[in-house]
Design a protein around this ligand. Structure first.
Ligand code: MN3
Length: 208
């Protein structure tokens, strides 16, 4: 029976230094992300969700309180894979390609987008995520934030970019300075190539 597996990081563990350390990536990917994968496989074992894709498991468990544990772990597996691809060595700064025009159209300017994105990530109370998403129907971009494991997949939105603002994402490198981690994400880490690929409708996954 197919099980859910942990995708490898799309770059070396030290590739994001000095912005995100090897130590952070070792804990965040090998411990936190792996734990969600392990928990999910244990929870779906012997159920009708065993053998389904991650996306199918998320859709089947979203909004069902009897499957909250499955949803939380499945969504966290998906969210983290999306996050690893949302950042890259030598990333950050102003976007290029189709996403640049879509951002101007939706927010007025890159600067306005960056301000709104940073604000969403800063004000997400407690653990969660901030996202750039596209409407499933008209493709219009917007910024959203989700608590804990919640994910745009469960809300009819197409994820384009995400930042993990759980403390485990930044505490080793930034301690409590979440705003500094967020500004570094925008200035030095955002993978606009990935955002452009998502905008073009490529499936979410582990591609670079
Ligand atoms: Mn995380």
């Amino acid at each position: 029976m197919t099980t859910i597996t942990l995708p490898a990081l799309p770059y070396a563990y030290d590739a994001l230094e000095p912005h995100i350390s090897k130590e952070t990536l070792e804990f965040h990917h090998d411990k936190h992300h792996q734990t969600y994968v392990t928990n999910l496989n244990n929870l779906i074992k012997g159920t009708d969700l065993e053998g389904k894709t991650l996306e199918e498991i998320i859709q089947a468990s979203a909004g069902d309180s009897s499957k909250a544990g499955i949803f939380n772990n499945a969504a966290q597996v998906w969210n983290h894979t999306f996050y690893w691809n949302s950042i890259a060595p030598n990333g950050g700064g102003k976007p290029t390609g189709a996403i640049a025009a879509k951002i101007d159209e939706a927010f007025g300017s890159y600067e306005k987008f960056a301000e709104e994105f940073a604000n969403a990530a800063t004000t997400q109370f407690g653990s969660g995520w901030a996202w750039l998403v596209a409407d499933e129907v008209n493709g219009k971009l917007s910024i959203t934030k989700t608590s804990n494991a919640d994910t745009p997949l469960a809300h009819g939105q197409v994820a384009v970019l995400t930042i993990d603002v759980w403390e485990h994402a930044y505490y080793i490198d930034y301690r409590n300075a979440r705003p500094k981690y967020i500004s570094t994400f925008l200035e030095s880490l955002v993978n606009w190539d990935y955002a452009n690929a998502k905008l073009a409708g490529q499936p979410a996954g582990v591609e670079k």
